[in-house]
Ligand binder design. Structure first.
Ligand SMILES: C[S@@+](CC[C@H](N)C(=O)[O-])C[C@H]1O[C@@H](n2cnc3c(N)ncnc32)[C@H](O)[C@@H]1O
Length: 395
């Protein structure tokens, strides 16, 4: 692990007000669903190119509630209730708003069914808070840097693929006011209060990207594990979009399997019997990797796409504040907070897929997991890999 001498305190993003977590197991049925964004209000933030792209859409569904939940991933998302009104005005309104009509599973919302992709975490406030915390600990880890690739300071165009809350793109927009920063995602969960040089668009990164070729000084891809089946295709897209000669792509991925160097992950505990196997099972079940590092998917994809000057930087990501190094201890506290804030969001859909919705014990295992993660005697860590490469002049 790289020892960093001085801790760097990045300011906490606005959304990060940790909520008190219940200590006791919760009752099985969840309470009322979280509120979803109001279509008109959110659609207004994305006047173009989002809305025109939806004009010819003919398959609009509303009232997407999944009940009962299926054990099969496709069924989980396909068995939806369509309550489309049949007058033309209502159809037009619904068409423009359809990407805002989220699927709901046990009170958590997931991205719109408009996309073929099926992503495993919710897109609601609770999960967004964890995404912002992730950005915070990764920024701490890099001593307040936003990327490692040696991109020139005078960058003009930056692309953030799978931007989530848009927090990295927004920080980039602030730090590089001369650059135009574009963030893409399946879900329009980004805030309206962004720097003037930042914009967001809906784009499925597992398809061919609807973005210009040879245009970007930096293409940033972070925490797309569990989202991408074909990493070579993803990096071919990135390669196409990078500026020849000076454009870089950077991929940041995490293997969420928790391990330790001192056998302190409790034998037979919730990490060993529930958390770690869940991600291995998901990889097998979906054919979408949750072990991007272990399977070395980044390096293969960078090489195959044609990038040069490929560089790999590895970190151990402590879970909890156990490291002696103060910076890593702070990183670890935020990693733990990120997880504890939304253990349900990370595991609900995977649990339903792997074990089945009605399999008893979900709340109890979450309770045990939470306690284990918080235990001071556990010195667990996950692995994070930064990889970046440059597009050659004559590609
Ligand atoms: C763990 S979050 C990471 C967010 C952001 N990259 C960051 O590091 O802060 C993963 C994001 O990828 C998005 N995503 C998942 N599948 C996607 C796809 N096929 N195309 C575009 N975005 C996708 C999700 O909606 C989510 O916002």
């Amino acid at each position: 692990m790289t020892d960093q001498p001085t801790p760097t305190s990045a300011p906490l993003p606005q959304r990060l007000q940790p909520e008190p977590q219940p200590e006791l197991p919760q009752p099985e049925p969840r309470p009322a669903p979280q509120p979803t964004p109001q279509p008109d209000a959110v659609a207004a933030q994305y006047p173009s190119p989002l809305i025109p792209a939806l004009q010819d859409e003919d398959d609009v569904r509303t009232g997407l509630h999944l009940s009962p939940m299926s054990m099969n991933f496709d069924d989980a998302f396909d068995d939806v209730d369509s309550a489309l009104g049949d007058d033309a005005a209502s159809i037009a309104h619904s068409v423009t708003a359809s990407i805002l009509e989220y699927r709901t599973i046990m009170g958590r919302t997931y991205h719109s069914e408009r996309h073929d992709s099926k992503y495993f975490t919710p897109n609601d406030e609770q999960q967004m808070r964890s995404q912002d915390l992730t950005h915070h600990y990764l920024t701490l880890l890099l001593d307040n840097k936003l990327f490692l690739a040696p991109v020139g300071e005078d960058m003009k165009r930056v692309l953030d693929v799978g931007t989530g809350t848009g927090i990295w793109a927004i920080d980039m927009g602030d730090r590089y006011p001369g650059a135009e920063v574009t963030g893409t995602d399946l879900s329009p969960t980004q805030p309206p209060w962004v720097p003037p040089n930042v914009r967001f668009r809906i784009d499925d990164c597992t398809q061919d990207w609807s973005l210009p070729a040879d245009a970007y000084d930096l293409v940033h891809l972070r925490y797309l594990f569990g989202a991408v089946a074909d990493w070579r295709h993803l990096l071919r897209n990135a390669f196409r979009c990078c500026h020849p000669g000076s454009g870089w792509a950077q991929s940041v991925e995490c293997d969420v399997i928790i391990c330790s160097d001192d056998a302190s992950v409790p034998e037979g505990g919730a990490i060993e019997t529930f958390w770690n196997p869940l991600w291995r099972e998901m990889t097998k079940n979906l054919g979408i990797s949750f072990q991007v590092l272990e399977e070395r998917l980044q390096i293969e994809a960078f090489e195959e796409a044609g990038f040069v000057d490929i560089t790999e930087v590895n970190f151990k990501l402590p879970v909890g504040g156990w490291p002696r190094d103060p910076k890593l201890a702070e990183v670890g506290e935020f990693v733990l907070l990120t997880m504890i804030n939304d253990l349900e969001g990370y595991t609900l859909l995977p649990w339903n897929i792997i074990h089945g919705e009605n399999t008893p014990g979900y709340r109890e295992i979450l309770y045990r997991l939470r306690r284990e993660l918080r235990s001071k005697s556990m010195h667990g860590y996950m692995k994070v890999r930064y990889m970046y490469g440059r597009k050659p002049e004559h590609a």
